[in-house]
Design a protein around this ligand. Structure first.
Ligand code: GLA
Length: 399
């Protein structure tokens, strides 16, 4: 449906049907909070909310962008890609274009229309999806094959003009390039979770991602399970500041304990080195080390179909974020408390960066509608706001 919407938007602005349409899904972190940049493990889902991008080449070396979510269109030459304070949303696109250019991809001019169904600020990674959509749209316009630092022989289209599907290696290199765009151009020192999830998603499966080896293993999510997102409607995060500070605490803790990353430590090693850390570093490390263990146990429970047990790990994960990592907030805690008291709920926790955004809830399917209604009512009573509950399907990655 929304590929049609983005094509309509494109036609409205640029006057013809777009030859290329790509889509990149948002992601949900099922469990594994702030473990990615600590070389840990995460169970993640790609879900049926997308950024769609429709594109066509233009001959004058200019790039013209329109978005259904923002009023200002944005235009610039491929030779002068710069930030425009009036269109900060375009930074995700520009960051990726600059990274592609830097690797040696010969950027040509194009028109693009962007339409999204990922709620903004809900912790479902609309920004990573926009980065990934940009990289895939450019690949359609100017086929390229990335290597970790440069480019290789471009892929050949078949007789119908279709490019070969991306290999796992290529998806990983695109994920890394998009992460570099966010780190260097947008200024958020994020890990690789969001970009990998958007590119590697698999319908009806969670992805178990190991950020030390970058292996991605599918874990079936079959059975009577529904995934529901509840939105706080608030974002307390101050630009990238809070996120980057948490990352610094984790990295300082690992460094002081002589470990390459917190992944290398278990609870006993952490306790033994506690005196070397500040209180805050210790609390952050404690969260991360415990959380990595919960992902290992959680993946086992999921593979065994023990959803009750998995739900318990989700609740423990939230408590650890709240009490040790301090990236929860009043609204997230209200949502998790409401959820855990509903009989259909197996587990609930904050998902993504924290400080607002959304919770992910694992719910028994037959009572999912009732759960969503109860969450909305309860959250309204507590805060005066709607929780805008979303039922999410687990889908394939970007293409
Ligand atoms: C954000 C970041 C990810 C990850 C999560 C927390 O989504 O972009 O890299 O760190 O927060 O797990």
């Amino acid at each position: 449906m929304s590929t049609r919407e983005v094509a309509t938007l494109f036609k409205e602005y640029f006057g013809h049907t777009p030859p290329h349409v790509v889509q990149a899904p948002g992601r949900l972190e099922l469990i594994g909070n702030h473990t990615d940049y600590n070389q840990g493990l995460v169970l993640a889902l790609a879900v049926d909310r997308y950024i769609f991008m429709a594109a066509s080449p233009r001959p004058d070396g200019r790039i013209e962008l329109v978005s259904s979510a923002f009023r200002n269109r944005e235009g610039f030459a491929t030779s002068t890609i710069e930030k425009n304070p009036a269109a900060p949303w375009a930074n995700y696109v520009k960051g990726v274009l600059l990274q592609l250019q830097r690797r040696g991809v010969p950027l040509r001019g194009f028109n693009a229309a962007i339409h999204g169904t990922i709620p903004l600020g809900a912790g479902m990674s609309s920004s990573a999806a926009l980065e990934v959509a940009t990289a895939l749209a450019v690949r359609r316009l100017t086929p390229y094959t990335l290597t970790p630092t440069s480019i290789a022989t471009p892929p050949q289209a078949d007789a119908d003009g279709a490019l070969p599907p991306l290999t796992a290696r290529e998806r990983l290199d695109i994920a890394r390039l998009c992460q570099a765009a966010e780190n260097e151009y947008v200024g958020v020192n994020c890990g690789l979770l969001d970009q990998i999830s958007s590119l590697f998603g698999r319908a009806l499966h969670a992805m178990e991602i190991d950020f030390q080896t970058l292996a991605v293993e599918p874990v079936p999510m079959l059975g009577d399970l529904a995934v529901v997102v509840c939105q706080t409607g608030v974002k307390h995060e101050l630009v990238a500041g809070e996120y980057n500070a948490l990352r610094r605490h984790c990295e300082a803790a690992a460094r002081k304990l002589g470990a390459p990353a917190l992944r290398a430590l278990d609870m006993a090693a952490l306790q033994a080195g506690r005196a070397k850390l500040t209180e805050r570093e210790y609390a952050c490390a404690r969260h991360v080390v415990g959380e990595i263990q919960r992902v290992v146990s959680g993946a086992r429970a999921l593979r065994e179909g023990d959803f009750e047990q998995f739900g318990q790990y989700m609740l423990q994960s939230h408590e650890s974020s709240r009490d040790h990592f301090n990236n929860s907030c009043r609204e997230l805690d209200i949502l998790v408390d409401l959820a855990r008291h509903h009989p259909a709920c197996l587990g609930a926790r904050l998902t993504g960066g924290g400080f607002g955004g959304a919770t992910i809830n694992l719910v028994r399917t037959p009572r999912a509608a009732d759960f969503m209604e109860a969450m909305d009512d309860g959250y309204r009573k507590a805060t005066g706001r709607s929780a805008h509950p979303l039922l999410c399907q687990v889908v394939d990655g970007a293409h």
